[in-house]
Design a protein around this ligand. Structure first.
Ligand SMILES: [Fe+2]
Ligand SMILES: [Fe+2]
Length: 283
């Protein structure tokens, strides 16, 4: 039996502390900027994901899947909103976020000229990437050790919800595009292209973020991020087998059963409710 998980919309505010945008991670500038660079992609990227699945709204007829799609849209909407605020903190810290966001927006405008099946395949592909990265964050709890609690919360919230809805676009794709050899070719082709484009933007964006933060010549910082990515803990290196599973003809996101991380959601909600931004709002 396939695993079914229903995404839950969690309308959370994180009150990210001003002035910590480049130093929220005790690993230093290079580590903070690694996550911060991911954040640059989210607002435009997730708006695109929402649109690509909305394009098929009429054809998604299964009542349960329809409900999952609405919840997915709700979650990604909140992610967009919170990462816009996150990115504003980066702008305030002097980072040229608008210019990088504009590059992502222009690229996605081009993708939107492709058939809607290609757009949905691109979303399925990138949702696998976010699911794999989210799993890494939740699995390696030491990554958030000693991190500013607001930044820790936003990253864990996002990772939990990316896990929760990781199969929604995939299931929608199988329903509206199919499961045959053509559908397989489309999703794998989109996966290769989406990853090539994403990483070819991520690397220069990240380098620019480090340079603007004043860390270009800090070799110790580069050593730290190299360890984070491919050394120890080596999150990208260790994520590679899961990432590769996307190429299996019978792949399904829940073949990686990591539902155990979803149990953290409730405690996280309590944690976030105690932040000033929410207590003041509730008062
Ligand atoms: Fe998201
Ligand atoms: Fe997502």
């Amino acid at each position: 039996m396939t695993i079914q998980v229903d995404p839950v919309r969690r309308n959370l505010k994180f009150g990210l502390p001003a002035g910590k945008a480049l130093s929220w991670n005790p690993g230093g500038l290079h580590i903070s900027q690694f996550y911060n660079t991911l954040s640059i992609f989210f607002p435009a990227g997730e708006r695109f994901f929402i649109q690509s699945v909305r394009n098929y709204r009429q054809e998604i007829t299964d009542a349960h899947l329809k409900e999952q799609v609405s919840a997915f849209i709700g979650q990604e909407g909140f992610h967009t909103r919170e990462h816009e605020e996150y990115n504003e903190a980066l702008v305030a810290a002097g980072m040229p976020i608008e210019a990088m966001d504009a590059v992502v927006v222009r690229l996605l405008e081009l993708v939107k000229k492709a058939p809607r099946s290609v757009q949905l395949a691109a979303t399925v592909a990138l949702e696998h990437l976010t699911a794999v990265l989210g799993d890494m964050l939740l699995r390696n709890t030491e990554l958030m050790e000693g991190v500013d609690p607001h930044y820790s919360a936003i990253w864990r919230w996002h990772a939990i919800e990316e896990t929760e809805h990781k199969a929604v676009c995939f299931d929608a794709f199988e329903q509206v595009v199919g499961k045959g050899i053509q559908a397989y070719g489309l999703r794998v082709g989109a996966f290769l292209l989406a990853n090539a484009l994403f990483w070819s933007l991520f690397v220069p964006f990240y380098t620019l973020m480090v340079a603007k933060g004043g860390g270009l010549l800090n070799l110790k910082g580069w050593w730290k991020v190299a360890n984070l990515a491919v050394g120890r803990p080596g999150v990208l290196r260790r994520a590679l087998p899961d990432w590769m599973d996307f190429f299996r003809p019978g792949f399904h996101p829940w073949m990686h059963d990591n539902r155990e991380f979803l149990d953290q959601a409730e405690a996280l909600m309590d944690e976030v409710a105690a932040f000033d931004v929410n207590r003041l709002q509730a008062a």
